[in-house]
Design a protein around this ligand. Structure first.
Ligand code: SF4
Length: 204
Protein backbone atom coordinates (compact mmCIF):
# COMPACT_ATOMS: atom_id res chain seq x y z
CA UNK A 1 0.00 0.00 0.00
CA UNK A 2 1.37 3.42 -0.95
CA UNK A 3 1.58 6.23 1.62
CA UNK A 4 -0.54 9.36 1.36
CA UNK A 5 0.35 12.06 -1.17
CA UNK A 6 3.68 13.82 -0.59
CA UNK A 7 4.72 11.34 2.06
CA UNK A 8 6.99 8.32 2.22
CA UNK A 9 7.17 5.42 4.68
CA UNK A 10 10.45 5.53 6.60
CA UNK A 11 11.80 2.98 9.04
CA UNK A 12 14.92 4.80 10.25
CA UNK A 13 17.30 7.65 9.51
CA UNK A 14 20.85 7.64 10.85
CA UNK A 15 24.09 9.56 10.57
CA UNK A 16 26.98 8.71 10.69
CA UNK A 17 26.99 5.26 9.13
CA UNK A 18 30.35 3.72 8.13
CA UNK A 19 29.33 0.38 6.68
CA UNK A 20 26.86 0.99 3.83
CA UNK A 21 28.86 2.75 1.15
CA UNK A 22 32.16 4.58 0.80
CA UNK A 23 33.12 6.98 3.61
CA UNK A 24 30.84 8.31 6.30
CA UNK A 25 27.21 8.50 5.15
CA UNK A 26 23.65 9.32 6.03
CA UNK A 27 21.38 6.30 5.67
CA UNK A 28 17.61 6.37 5.15
CA UNK A 29 15.80 3.05 5.46
CA UNK A 30 12.36 2.94 3.85
CA UNK A 31 9.53 1.00 5.46
CA UNK A 32 7.72 -1.72 3.52
CA UNK A 33 8.97 -4.56 1.34
CA UNK A 34 6.88 -6.79 -0.90
CA UNK A 35 9.82 -8.99 -1.95
CA UNK A 36 10.15 -10.75 1.39
CA UNK A 37 13.26 -12.79 0.75
CA UNK A 38 13.67 -15.99 2.69
CA UNK A 39 16.22 -15.38 5.46
CA UNK A 40 16.00 -11.57 5.40
CA UNK A 41 17.32 -10.10 8.63
CA UNK A 42 15.35 -6.85 8.18
CA UNK A 43 11.88 -8.34 8.41
CA UNK A 44 10.83 -5.53 10.79
CA UNK A 45 10.83 -3.29 7.68
CA UNK A 46 8.42 -5.46 5.66
CA UNK A 47 5.06 -4.07 6.77
CA UNK A 48 3.77 -1.00 4.89
CA UNK A 49 3.08 0.68 8.20
CA UNK A 50 1.23 3.94 7.61
CA UNK A 51 2.30 5.13 11.06
CA UNK A 52 5.78 5.46 9.60
CA UNK A 53 4.72 8.03 7.00
CA UNK A 54 6.79 11.21 6.81
CA UNK A 55 6.30 14.24 4.64
CA UNK A 56 8.93 14.10 1.88
CA UNK A 57 9.69 17.77 2.40
CA UNK A 58 10.43 17.11 6.11
CA UNK A 59 12.64 14.13 5.31
CA UNK A 60 14.60 16.21 2.80
CA UNK A 61 15.07 18.98 5.37
CA UNK A 62 16.25 16.55 8.06
CA UNK A 63 18.89 14.88 5.93
CA UNK A 64 20.15 18.15 4.49
CA UNK A 65 20.97 19.28 8.04
CA UNK A 66 23.59 16.58 8.56
CA UNK A 67 27.18 17.62 7.74
CA UNK A 68 27.49 15.00 5.00
CA UNK A 69 26.93 14.87 1.25
CA UNK A 70 26.81 11.11 0.89
CA UNK A 71 23.53 9.26 1.18
CA UNK A 72 22.51 5.60 1.13
CA UNK A 73 18.87 4.60 0.73
CA UNK A 74 18.02 1.08 1.82
CA UNK A 75 15.00 -0.74 3.13
CA UNK A 76 12.56 -2.26 3.24
CA UNK A 77 12.42 -1.91 -0.50
CA UNK A 78 12.85 1.69 -1.70
CA UNK A 79 11.32 0.95 -5.12
CA UNK A 80 8.11 -0.38 -3.57
CA UNK A 81 7.26 3.31 -3.11
CA UNK A 82 8.22 4.49 -6.60
CA UNK A 83 6.37 7.81 -6.73
CA UNK A 84 7.49 9.01 -3.27
CA UNK A 85 11.03 7.78 -3.93
CA UNK A 86 11.19 9.77 -7.16
CA UNK A 87 9.85 12.89 -5.49
CA UNK A 88 12.40 12.49 -2.69
CA UNK A 89 15.30 11.99 -5.13
CA UNK A 90 14.31 15.09 -7.07
CA UNK A 91 14.14 17.11 -3.85
CA UNK A 92 17.63 16.18 -2.68
CA UNK A 93 19.68 15.36 -5.79
CA UNK A 94 21.44 18.68 -6.06
CA UNK A 95 22.41 18.64 -2.37
CA UNK A 96 24.27 15.32 -2.43
CA UNK A 97 27.50 14.23 -4.16
CA UNK A 98 26.89 10.52 -3.86
CA UNK A 99 23.55 8.68 -3.65
CA UNK A 100 23.57 4.88 -3.38
CA UNK A 101 20.42 2.72 -3.33
CA UNK A 102 20.16 -0.88 -2.17
CA UNK A 103 17.26 -2.63 -3.94
CA UNK A 104 15.96 -6.18 -3.92
CA UNK A 105 14.98 -5.78 -7.59
CA UNK A 106 17.49 -6.44 -10.36
CA UNK A 107 18.92 -3.61 -12.42
CA UNK A 108 17.27 -5.05 -15.55
CA UNK A 109 13.83 -4.69 -13.97
CA UNK A 110 14.60 -1.22 -12.60
CA UNK A 111 15.92 0.00 -15.96
CA UNK A 112 12.65 -1.00 -17.60
CA UNK A 113 10.30 0.39 -14.95
CA UNK A 114 12.19 3.22 -13.28
CA UNK A 115 14.85 4.73 -15.59
CA UNK A 116 14.21 8.22 -14.23
CA UNK A 117 15.01 7.07 -10.68
CA UNK A 118 18.27 5.52 -11.88
CA UNK A 119 19.21 8.74 -13.65
CA UNK A 120 19.08 10.50 -10.29
CA UNK A 121 21.42 8.20 -8.36
CA UNK A 122 25.14 7.44 -8.49
CA UNK A 123 25.23 3.78 -7.57
CA UNK A 124 22.99 0.77 -7.12
CA UNK A 125 23.39 -2.54 -5.31
CA UNK A 126 20.77 -4.84 -6.76
CA UNK A 127 19.02 -8.15 -6.35
CA UNK A 128 17.15 -10.09 -3.70
CA UNK A 129 18.82 -11.67 -0.71
CA UNK A 130 19.33 -15.36 -1.46
CA UNK A 131 19.63 -17.60 1.54
CA UNK A 132 22.43 -20.11 0.99
CA UNK A 133 24.45 -17.94 -1.41
CA UNK A 134 26.89 -16.64 1.19
CA UNK A 135 29.13 -13.73 0.22
CA UNK A 136 32.38 -12.64 1.80
CA UNK A 137 32.05 -9.12 0.44
CA UNK A 138 30.87 -6.68 3.06
CA UNK A 139 28.67 -4.65 0.72
CA UNK A 140 26.28 -7.51 -0.04
CA UNK A 141 24.38 -10.22 1.76
CA UNK A 142 24.38 -12.85 -0.99
CA UNK A 143 26.67 -13.53 -3.90
CA UNK A 144 24.01 -12.84 -6.60
CA UNK A 145 23.82 -9.16 -5.67
CA UNK A 146 25.75 -6.75 -7.89
CA UNK A 147 27.09 -3.24 -7.62
CA UNK A 148 26.74 -0.67 -10.42
CA UNK A 149 28.46 2.70 -10.21
CA UNK A 150 26.89 5.09 -12.73
CA UNK A 151 28.95 8.21 -11.95
CA UNK A 152 32.43 8.13 -13.47
CA UNK A 153 33.84 10.48 -10.85
CA UNK A 154 32.90 8.06 -8.02
CA UNK A 155 34.20 4.82 -9.55
CA UNK A 156 37.59 4.95 -7.78
CA UNK A 157 35.90 5.70 -4.47
CA UNK A 158 33.59 2.71 -4.79
CA UNK A 159 36.41 0.45 -6.02
CA UNK A 160 38.51 1.31 -2.98
CA UNK A 161 35.54 0.71 -0.67
CA UNK A 162 34.75 -2.67 -2.19
CA UNK A 163 38.35 -3.87 -2.25
CA UNK A 164 39.09 -2.78 1.30
CA UNK A 165 36.09 -4.52 2.78
CA UNK A 166 36.44 -8.22 2.18
CA UNK A 167 35.38 -8.69 5.76
CA UNK A 168 31.95 -8.03 7.17
CA UNK A 169 31.81 -4.96 9.38
CA UNK A 170 28.80 -4.14 11.51
CA UNK A 171 27.90 -1.01 13.45
CA UNK A 172 25.76 -0.98 16.58
CA UNK A 173 23.71 2.10 17.44
CA UNK A 174 21.18 3.02 20.08
CA UNK A 175 18.29 5.10 18.84
CA UNK A 176 14.68 5.80 19.87
CA UNK A 177 15.27 3.52 22.87
CA UNK A 178 16.08 0.64 20.54
CA UNK A 179 19.33 -1.01 19.52
CA UNK A 180 20.08 -1.48 15.84
CA UNK A 181 22.80 -3.41 14.09
CA UNK A 182 23.74 -1.68 10.85
CA UNK A 183 25.55 -3.40 8.03
CA UNK A 184 25.41 -6.75 6.34
CA UNK A 185 26.37 -9.81 8.37
CA UNK A 186 27.54 -13.19 7.17
CA UNK A 187 24.56 -15.44 6.55
CA UNK A 188 26.03 -17.96 8.98
CA UNK A 189 25.86 -15.32 11.74
CA UNK A 190 22.37 -13.98 11.09
CA UNK A 191 20.53 -16.37 13.41
CA UNK A 192 22.91 -15.54 16.27
CA UNK A 193 22.39 -11.83 15.61
CA UNK A 194 18.60 -12.15 15.51
CA UNK A 195 18.25 -14.47 18.48
CA UNK A 196 21.12 -13.74 20.82
CA UNK A 197 23.13 -10.60 20.07
CA UNK A 198 20.17 -8.20 19.83
CA UNK A 199 18.66 -9.76 22.94
CA UNK A 200 21.83 -9.37 25.01
CA UNK A 201 22.40 -5.81 23.76
CA UNK A 202 18.87 -4.82 24.73
CA UNK A 203 19.52 -6.15 28.25
CA UNK A 204 22.60 -3.93 28.77
S1 SF4 B 1 14.45 -6.96 -0.50
FE1 SF4 B 1 15.73 -6.45 1.28
S2 SF4 B 1 14.28 -5.90 2.94
FE2 SF4 B 1 13.11 -6.94 1.31
S3 SF4 B 1 13.05 -9.06 2.00
FE3 SF4 B 1 14.78 -8.88 0.58
S4 SF4 B 1 16.55 -8.44 1.91
FE4 SF4 B 1 14.71 -8.07 3.13
Amino acid sequence: MQPKKNSILISLIHYPVYVLGPHERIVVWTQGCSIRCNGCISFHTWEFDQNKAMQIEDLALIIKQFPCKRLTISGGEPFDQPAPLLEFLKAIRKDFDDILIYSGYTIEKLQKKYPEHLSLIDALIDGPFMDGLESEWSYKGSENQRIFVFSENLKDDYDRWIQSKKNKTLQVIQKHEGIYIIGIPYQKDSEVIKNELLQSLSNL
